[in-house]
Write a protein that binds this ligand. Structure first.
Ligand SMILES: [Fe+2]
Length: 374
C-alpha cells in the first residue's frame, strides 16, 4: 500500500464559528481585510455581520459584493480594482463556490499583476504567492473552502479555466454550518449533489488511494443520510453540520485525487450557458457513472453497502437522486456539441477519469444527460 496526501489549510469547523474570524485574522498579524461576497449575501445581511465581527478586533474592513455565479474574468478585475484602492492584507471570502473561487483568483492575480489572469494557470508564471485568503462557505458543496483551485469563466471561448495548485491554498477555512440554514431546499440539494459528485469522482479517480477512498466513502455516507434531512428541514442544524462535514471531506479528497468526467463535462456546459454547477453535475452523475462502471467494478462493488439492502450502487444512487427531487431539464445546442466535446477532452478533470473517453463517447454522454436543441 502506497499513500500520498496533504492538507495545509487551518480548518475551524463549528456552528457559530464565523465569530472567530476576526481573532484568526488578528493572530496572523493582518490589519486590512477585504470581504468578497455576492449581492444576495449582502442583501441578507451576511456581509454586514461579518464586517461587524471582524471590526470588533480593531481591524479595517471593506466589502466587495460584486461576485456573480460562474464568475468571469471581468468580475475578478473589478475585485482587484477594489483591492488596489484598499490594499488589503487578506481577503475574507464569504459565499458559495463562485465567491470562494473569485477570491482565490483575485488573490493570485493581485500578487502577480504583470500577468494576465489566465496566464497564471501555469504555476511557473506565478512569481508570488496568493494574497492570503480566508474562506467562509455559505453553501455545503463546493469544497473550494480548502482546495487550491479557482474555476473562472473565460467568456471569449467560452470555457471554464481551472487556475490552481501551488501558491493558491487558502490560509484558513472558517466552516460554520449555521450559515447554510437559510439556503433554500433546491440549492441545498444541488450543492449537496456537487459534494456527492466530488466524493464519487475522487473515489474513482486514477490518483485515488486507499486513504482517500475511505475519506470519500465517509463523505458519501454522510451526504446520503443527511442531505435529504437538510433539504427537508433547513433549520435542522445537526443535518446541516453533517452535510457540511461531508462536503469538507469530499473537498479534501478532490484536492488530493482530482475529479473525473462529470466535472470535465459540467464545467463546459456551465461556461456556455451559465447553468448552476451542482444541478449540471447531478444530471451527469448517472450517465457518466454508467459509462465508467466497466472500468471500476470492484470500487463500485465496495460502495453497495452505502445503500443498505441494495446490491447495485448505480441503481441505488439514481433512486437516491430521484427521491431528492432535484430534476430540471437543461438544454444544450447541437451546434455547440463539437466545441463542448473538445474542451471536455482537454479539461484537467477529465484526465483523472478512470476511463479515457473518445470524442464520440463524450458527445453521446452530452446527448444522454441534456436535451439537445437543434
Ligand atoms: Fe464541483
Amino acid at each position: 500500500m502506497s499513500l500520498s496526501f496533504h492538507s495545509k489549510v487551518d480548518i475551524r469547523f463549528a456552528p457559530g464559528e464565523i465569530k472567530s474570524t476576526g481573532g484568526i485574522i488578528k493572530a496572523a498579524g493582518w490589519q486590512r481585510v477585504l470581504i468578497f461576497t455576492d449581492r444576495r449575501l449582502k442583501e441578507l445581511g451576511f456581509s454586514r455581520r461579518l464586517k461587524e465581527i471582524i471590526s470588533k478586533n480593531n481591524l479595517t474592513v471593506e466589502v466587495f459584493s460584486g461576485v456573480k455565479p460562474n464568475p468571469k474574468k471581468e468580475i475578478i478585475k473589478q475585485g482587484i480594482e477594489k483591492a488596489r484602492d484598499f490594499e488589503p492584507d487578506v481577503i475574507a471570502a464569504l459565499g458559495g463556490g463562485s465567491v470562494l473561487d473569485a477570491a482565490k483568483a483575485a488573490g493570485i492575480w493581485y500578487s502577480n499583476p504583470e500577468k494576465d489572469l489566465f496566464q497564471l494557470k501555469d504555476p511557473g508564471k506565478r512569481k508570488n504567492p496568493m494574497l492570503p485568503v480566508i474562506t467562509i462557505p455559505t453553501t455545503a458543496g463546493t469544497g473550494s473552502e480548502i482546495t487550491s483551485w479557482a474555476v473562472i469563466t473565460d467568456p471569449g471561448t467560452p470555457a471554464k479555466v481551472s487556475i490552481g495548485g501551488e501558491k493558491m491554498t487558502p490560509a484558513a477555512a472558517v466552516i460554520d454550518p449555521e450559515l447554510t440554514r437559510s439556503l433554500p431546499a433546491e440549492l441545498t440539494i444541488w450543492t449537496g449533489l456537487d459534494a456527492f459528485s466530488h466524493a464519487l469522482e475522487a473515489y474513482l479517480s486514477k490518483f485515488a488511494n486507499a486513504f482517500i477512498q475511505d475519506i470519500c466513502y465517509l463523505a458519501m455516507k454522510r451526504l446520503i443520510k443527511y442531505l435529504p434531512r437538510a433539504a427537508d428541514k433547513g433549520e435542522n442544524l445537526a443535518a446541516r453540520s453533517e452535510v457540511m462535514l461531508g462536503s469538507l471531506l469530499a473537498g479534501w479528497a478532490m484536492e488530493n485525487a482530482g475529479l473525473g468526467l462529470i466535472h470535465g463535462m459540467s464545467h463546459q456546459v456551465s461556461a456556455f450557458y451559465n447553468y448552476q454547477h451542482g444541478l449540471t453535475n447531478s444530471l451527469l452523475l448517472s450517465p457518466v457513472l454508467e459509462y465508467n462502471c466497466e472500468y471500476c467494478k470492484e470500487e463500485l462493488q465496495n460502495l453497495t453497502d452505502l445503500f443498505p439492502g441494495n446490491k447495485d450502487f448505480l441503481e441505488s444512487m439514481e433512486r437516491f437522486c430521484n427521491l431528492l427531487g432535484f430534476k430540471k431539464e437543461l438544454e444544450i445546442k447541437s451546434t455547440d456539441l463539437p466545441r463542448l466535446t473538445v474542451q471536455t477532452l482537454e479539461n484537467v478533470n477529465s484526465q483523472t477519469n478512470p476511463r479515457k473517453p473518445s470524442a464520440r463517447e463524450v458527445e453521446e454522454l452530452f446527448c444522454r444527460a441534456f436535451k439537445i436543441k437543434e
